[in-house]
Design a protein around this ligand. Structure first.
Ligand SMILES: [Zn+2]
Length: 110
């Protein structure tokens, strides 16, 4: 055994990288422009990743992480970008139809 253990102790994580403490995973980036396809993915995400009452709190119905999980948050933000109000998103989740079609944003002459 000739190894000398003089390891340099470094800080575990560099700070200033934009990650919030306690937030293990970063949010999924939003698309630069929300297309109809993105909106449908978002509907699916919020419906499939709906909240579920569990002992001790509310969890994701799909992956059991604390609600709202990353995909649920992503879906809500995409739908908000698409022009849906929070109440409309809540209504979609309540309907529980992952294939529900969201109306396109207001477009004159469409
Ligand atoms: Zn989830």
């Amino acid at each position: 055994m000739s190894s000398v253990t003089t390891r340099t102790v470094r800080p575990a994580a560099p700070h200033g990288s934009g990650q919030e403490p306690g937030e293990g995973l970063r949010d999924i980036p939003l698309p630069p422009y929300v297309t109809g396809e993105d909106a449908q993915f978002a509907v699916r995400a919020v419906v499939v990743h709906a909240p579920r009452r569990w002992s001790g709190g509310t969890v994701c119905r799909n992956d059991a992480s604390p609600h709202p999980c990353r995909l649920h948050r992503w879906g809500r933000r995409v739908l908000a970008l698409r022009g849906l109000r929070a109440a409309e998103i809540d209504a979609l989740i309540e309907r529980g139809d992952p294939t529900a079609v969201v109306r396109p944003p207001d477009r004159p002459g469409a």
